[in-house]
Design a binder for this molecule. Sequence first.
Ligand SMILES: Nc1ncnc2c1ncn2[C@@H]1O[C@H](COP(=O)(O)OP(=O)(O)O)[C@@H](O)[C@H]1O
Ligand SMILES: O=C(CO)[C@@H](O)[C@H](O)COP(=O)(O)O
Length: 467
Amino acid sequence: MPLVAGVDSSTQSSKVVVRDAETGALVRSGRAAHPDGTSVDPRHWWDALQSAIQEAGGLDDVEAVSVGGQQHGMVALDASGEVVRDALLWNDTRSAGAALDLIDELGGPQAWADAVGSVPVASLTVTKLRWLRDAEPDNAARVAAVALPHDWLTWRLSGAAGLDTLVTDRSDASGTGYWSPVDEGYRRDLLELALGHDAQLPRVLGPSESGLRSSAGALLGPGAGDNAAAALALGLGPGDVAVSIGTSGVVSAISSAPTADGSGLVTGFADATGAFLPLACTLNASRVLDAAARMLGVDHAGLSSLALSAPAGAEGLVLVPYLEGERTPNKPDATGALHGIRLANTTPAHLARAAVEGMLCALADGLDALKAQGVDVRRLFLVGGGAQSQAVREIAPSVFGLPVHVPTPGEYVADGAARQAAWLLSGAAEPPAWSAAAAAEVHEAPATPEVREQYAAVRELTGVRPA
Ligand SMILES: Nc1ncnc2c1ncn2[C@@H]1O[C@H](COP(=O)(O)OP(=O)(O)O)[C@@H](O)[C@H]1O
Ligand SMILES: O=C(CO)[C@@H](O)[C@H](O)COP(=O)(O)O
């Protein structure tokens, strides 16, 4: 049985799955943690990947490998292929001012949405390059190539022969802010507008095109941004929406046409099959649960039981979860806030409930933004580390007003990358018919519009991070 491997180099860790290329059966897996922080030396990802591969029993018997990963991170390389500075990650907000400058210079938000499908916010690579030009001009001048986390790891797996061997895929290229999903090509003028000069960019491979081989001889796939990889693993089709609760909170859907939302709430990305992946992304998801558990001195299971023991709406207690600032809506300097505190609702259970509901309400706003772009929403899948919370699974259907399908807990980004690897190995026109979504457990609950209404009433009343 031929084996394939998929990698997820996510914000918090590296995960590797080895699967049977024909059936998709899981054979081995491994994982290793990444350091904390929003500015990270990419070598840590490489080291974590090596540990995860070792834990997964190595890749010597694997015939094809694809890498999925956190999107947007700026990996700036000099002419000799060395990293110029620590990578700025998708959740680093220092380039929020650069985003505003770029929007002005191109003629406003809609001009960007029309050009590249998305309005720049601090998360997008293009704004990080502008920040580099302004804040670290010597480093900017040394930049000979710009890659994303998954491109850089694919390149390292291939032996990193030269900058001209860098490859990427449509899904991750579409998150840079200098690749057009309409023309399927780079907008080098926008790269230059940001960085101040041209640079080598990874060649964009088709969804099942193999660009390189690993040093051990395995085929290397184009890889994908994490959300596109998860959609490929889930086998999402029209009418399906994925809600991922990882470090980021993501609501995404497959679309046959690109979107161009000038409000900036929906980013118009491409997917990993040749279609499109309109997406709304928050900076505050699983770590809101981590923080609430920490505040209450309980573990995740404890937080979940507390949340489920309080009534819907937590008797008026509302947590606005902008703990890391926010991206959707664009409030990079916001802080979180707790509203409606009364004697009756000052219990651990109410606070736990408010944390789960606040995090989900922000994602439900993202779902509304997708619907406003004409996205058809019939089935909703819940994935990511936060989907392991029973409270999240049970409260989500009432906040979203839809049944929620929770696939068997797993590493869906790594699985999507593995499915891509199996696809290119097969040489077939379509990806192999592995099906994760079929095994989903379905949660249903009556809708609680009042929970969203009380959240909407205070959503704008947040604090601002001190300068
Ligand atoms: N049972 C659980 N309940 C709530 N959150 C959980 C649970 N298990 C893991 N998590 C959280 O999920 C997150 C990791 O999920 P993951 O999707 O791997 O994140 P990322 O892709 O951003 O690295 C962590 O913040 C972790 O605390
Ligand atoms: O920025 C986005 C999507 O636009 C995030 O989804 C990142 O791709 C990071 O994902 P996680 O590591 O949190 O899953």
